[in-house]
Design a protein around this ligand. Sequence first.
Ligand code: ADP
Ligand code: MG
Length: 242
Amino acid sequence: HRLSKRREEAMKVASRLSASMAHEIRNPLTTIKGFMQLYKEMKIVPESQLTVINKELEQMEKIINDYVFLAQQKGMKQSETIEINDYVQAFMKKDEIKALTQDNPVAFSCSENFYFNGYKEELDLLFLNLVENAVDASEKTSTIEIRVTSEQSQLCVQIIDKGVGISPNRLYLLGQPFFSSKEKGTGLGLMICHKIAELHGGRMEIKTKAGAGTIVHIYLPLKISPIVEEKVTRIEPLQALK
Ligand code: ADP
Ligand code: MG
């Protein structure tokens, strides 16, 4: 409980910083990108330099997007019914994910069809962050596993890697804003994941062992499947007869 309280406080600080950051930096970034496109067309900047500049701009944009996402207040967006099997399959087919996992095979298993109320855009961000972390922690060719089961009437998605893991004395750093062991990390990914799990009425848990790997559990509330729902509606008139 104390941990979640601390995380809440940290979230508030990050949120306030993010809101101003976003406005201050997003606009000039857009301007620079516009000019870079122009220079590319005019061929006045060497291609190799353009590549570097664009990569750096992309990195800046990634950081800004992380901040903006964390600063966002809960919207009034409508959730949709999602079947996890379909969702993960579609997610894996995205070009961005294929590129990300080109060196690490992803093994996906799903014990049955599970439905839940979800927000696709946010789910994409959640899985992107977790798969990215798993890839970063893993050696090339090491398999990453996505395993879907249900646990105590909750949907449980595990993202499993056999990567570097985290030593116990650094475990408390996980999910704290700005903690990153990576040269180009924002240290905001896991916070974003926490936020998205909570947005879905679920939660995230991390089990890790230094040198052995990491399992991230995402628990989401299950929704009664459409087929079952249909049956329920059909028996209603009978109940009314009583
Ligand atoms: P970033 O990826 O930008 O560093 P994150 O919030 O996603 O930020 O992760 C924070 C840190 O937690 C990472 O830098 C890494 O040290 C550690 N971490 C996260 N996921 C894993 C994982 N699957 N295996 C090992 N370490 C991890
Ligand atoms: Mg990350």
